[in-house]
Ligand binder design. Sequence first.
Ligand SMILES: [Zn+2]
Length: 116
Amino acid sequence: MRKQELTRFRKELEAQLAEISHHGVATMQDMVDGGEELPDPNDRASRESEIESELRLRDRDRKLIPKIHLALARIRAGTFGLCTTCGQPIGAARLRARPVTDLCIDCKREAERLER
Ligand SMILES: [Zn+2]
């Protein structure tokens, strides 16, 4: 992979990491601010589902953080864009859609098949 492309991926991953970190802080602040009593049960219910979906989002983000760090480490190590299972280059379209991926599409399918 060309250096220019690597730099683009690195910037993208770093931006994603910053966004997630920021999002986590903002969400926690929202929850604290929204902690006051809501007298209307409908308001309470919608507030609860709001918090629930926020928690789901944060859970997904939390799982993404180590993947981003690993992808950045692979960029530094010069192995970014190579499948960690078979060592073949990961398809450019797949990598662009999901820069944190460490498996080529064939190995990913195989891993998913074994999971089932
Ligand atoms: Zn592979």
